[in-house]
Design a protein around this ligand. Structure first.
Ligand code: FEO
Ligand code: CA
Ligand code: CA
Ligand code: CA
Length: 605
């Protein structure tokens, strides 16, 4: 480490000060490179990026827009190479197309946007001399999945009458994945991708007359007439008046096998349908996967799925095929939390209760179980099919705890404790809305909090847990903040935690979305154990308008998604709000950035 850089092992760097610079600012002694950007060709035959000649055909072979979740997987037999998998959450047409008219998008623009959504698989190669990473164009594993690629519905909802459409009368094959936000990497070598705000792509919910269907659409935020992107003008399936079941085919967790470019990814319906932010697995002591998941909406819930099947070890074909069935059978649970301090002490200001902590206990309430011969509901008045398709109603019925926008959730590979990012909730405590509780203790919560959950006896499949708020975010000078009890004059300000990840030392890394303190979003590291528990340090900051996503922390490298740079009200291709990454006069491009130490040592040691 540099002289004077103190901190927990893995966090010994000089923190970056909050700022509003139009660049990625990294700590002194660190270097960075742009690994891949929107439009960079990755498939054979794809043309070089030219924003003036962008087409759907070109985009289908190029890296997509607004990279979010990132996974890096080993590539055996190819030294210095890894497989990068990225989500492309959504498109910003006004920043992609010159002269874009939001009222009258052209077919080419719409089809380009379809091709810019979805997932990318791209092999990356590290430099022998530094942490620089670069894409290996045309590698045989490179792949694009878009809003028109084939996905298979799998698990209890596959084939259901509620997912059948004119184009797919059997209810098993869906075209596309949409709004892939965060995700997870499984121990069996696949990746998971949450379909989050799918509601925005569907038009004419207001014209749906069946009251049950209308109520379901409303609970999922599918409302109104024309959609923002007007896709319904170019494909009837985005028009709910014509194809009322199409929206039921989105809002799932997708599982992708990045090592098999011929494979059809699955939408795993046993994990429920909501605005899936993330899906991070771990294993029980007897080898069954448990997946933690957040539903990113004000006053919505967080969940876990416990598989009834064990992971098969080894790299045989039979083991692999077995492992691709693990997420189709098991039980889906939702969380209910109870505080241990008197309700009167939770006054909405963020002031700690008399016992010195926002903490308590909780239960995982079973919603439905999927087995080899069908599924059973555990919710009175709902069938299993309804629980899986309209999971939010199941959470409502069993009395799950309404949280401040559950974003990413990640179990620590070191301690087994689970960290839940609750990003903010500007409506908490408003008239007619849920009041504060001990887990969501601030009215009009602008800055969010991170909850630490301890499963009973540390068992991933437990049905009860303890919890406490690990961080109550904001400016440390604000008395309504808490950094696990660490002295607040020695921590970085943080606002709106979104994605979480662990480094090899067991420190928690947190990326932010929508900093309400007036400076740019960034990436932070914090110790979760030992005497420096709660010492939060900022590692990098984002360019203008960008959100930090997809952090991955390896020994020698931090990888981060710079999502929607230049996304500022009133900005367009002609009037850019950022010159990142290619400089003034060039189109703004969402990109993946690698950061490493100039002296070649491990990050933060
Ligand atoms: Fe796509 Fe919840 O952030
Ligand atoms: Ca308490
Ligand atoms: Ca997110
Ligand atoms: Ca977010």
């Amino acid at each position: 480490a540099h002289k004077g850089d103190k901190g927990a092992r893995g966090l010994r760097f000089t923190p970056v000060a909050p700022n509003t610079a139009d660049r990625v600012t990294v700590p002194e002694g660190h270097a960075q490179n742009v690994v891949i950007s929107w439009g960079q060709p990755i498939l054979r035959g794809a043309p070089a990026f030219d924003p003036d000649k962008q087409s759907a055909k070109a985009q289908a072979g190029q890296f997509g827009y607004n990279n979010d979740f990132l996974s890096l997987l080993p590539l055996h037999g190819e030294h210095g190479r890894q497989v990068l998998v990225a989500n492309h959450e959504y498109t910003d047409e006004i920043l992609m197309f010159k002269g874009y008219d939001p009222q009258n998008p052209t077919r080419e623009q719409v089809e380009t946007a379809w091709a810019a959504h979805g997932l990318s698989v791209v092999v990356v190669e590290e430099s022998r001399r530094s942490g620089r990473l670069s894409a290996v164009t045309r590698h045989q594993l490179n792949r694009r999945l878009t809003a028109t690629s084939e996905f298979r519905l799998s698990g209890p909802v596959a084939g259901s009458a509620l997912v059948r459409t004119k184009a797919d009368p059997r209810g098993r094959t869906v075209l596309g994945t949409l709004n892939n936000c965060s995700g997870g990497t499984t121990p069996w070598g696949t990746t998971l991708h949450g379909e989050e705000n799918f509601n925005q792509y569907f038009a004419n919910a207001a014209k749906v007359t069946d009251p049950a269907t209308a109520a379901r659409l409303k609970r999922y935020g599918v409302t109104g007439e024309a959609s923002e992107r007007k896709w319904e003008r170019f494909d009837d399936r985005f028009d709910l008046a014509k194809e009322p079941n199409e929206a039921n085919r989105f809002g799932w967790v997708v599982e992708l096998d990045p090592y098999d470019p011929e494979s059809t990814p699955r939408k795993r319906t046993a994990l429920g349908r909501f605005k899936h932010e993330a899906a991070q697995p771990r294993l029980t002591d007897d080898g069954r996967p448990v997946v933690y998941m957040g539903d990113d909406e004000k006053f919505d819930y967080f969940y876990k799925f416990v598989s009834s099947k064990r992971v098969a070890k080894g790299r045989s074909r039979a083991a692999h095929e077995h492992n691709l069935t693990l997420l189709d059978e098991g039980t889906l649970y939702v969380a209910r939390l109870t505080g241990n301090s008197p309700a009167a002490e939770i006054d909405g200001t963020g002031k700690l209760p008399a016992d010195g902590e926002f903490d308590g206990g909780g239960e995982w309430l079973p919603l439905a179980t999927a087995g080899p011969h069908g599924a059973v509901s555990h919710v009175d008045g709902m069938t299993a099919e309804e629980v899986y398709l309209f999971t939010r109603f199941a959470g409502d019925k069993v009395g799950a705890t309404k949280m401040d926008r559950p974003e990413d959730i990640e179990p620590s590979p070191h301690s087994g404790k689970v960290y839940v990012a609750l990003t903010n909730n500007s409506d908490r405590g408003k008239a007619g809305k849920a009041p504060v509780d001990e887990a969501n203790p601030r009215n009009l919560n602008k800055h969010g909090q991170i909850l630490e959950l301890t499963e009973h006896r540390g068992r991933a499949e437990a049905t009860t847990f303890g919890w406490s708020l690990f961080l109550v975010a904001g400016d440390p000078d604000d008395p309504a903040t808490y950094f696990a009890g660490f002295p607040k004059d020695r921590v970085s300000p943080i606002s709106c935690p979104d994605n979480v990840a662990f480094d090899p030392h067991g420190n928690l890394w947190i990326s932010t979305d929508g900093n309400a303190l007036g400076t740019h979003d960034g990436l932070f590291g914090v110790a979760t154990r030992g005497e420096r528990r709660g010492e939060l340090k900022q590692f990098l900051t984002m360019p203008n308008g960008a959100e930090t996503c997809g952090p991955l922390v390896q020994d020698r490298r931090v990888l981060v998604s710079v999502q929607h740079p230049g996304e500022v009200d009133g900005a367009s291709v002609e009037k850019p709000a950022s010159a990142w990454p290619d400089g003034p006069g060039r189109i703004v491009r969402p990109s993946v950035v690698s950061v490493w130490r100039e002296d070649g040592c491990d990050i933060g040691v």
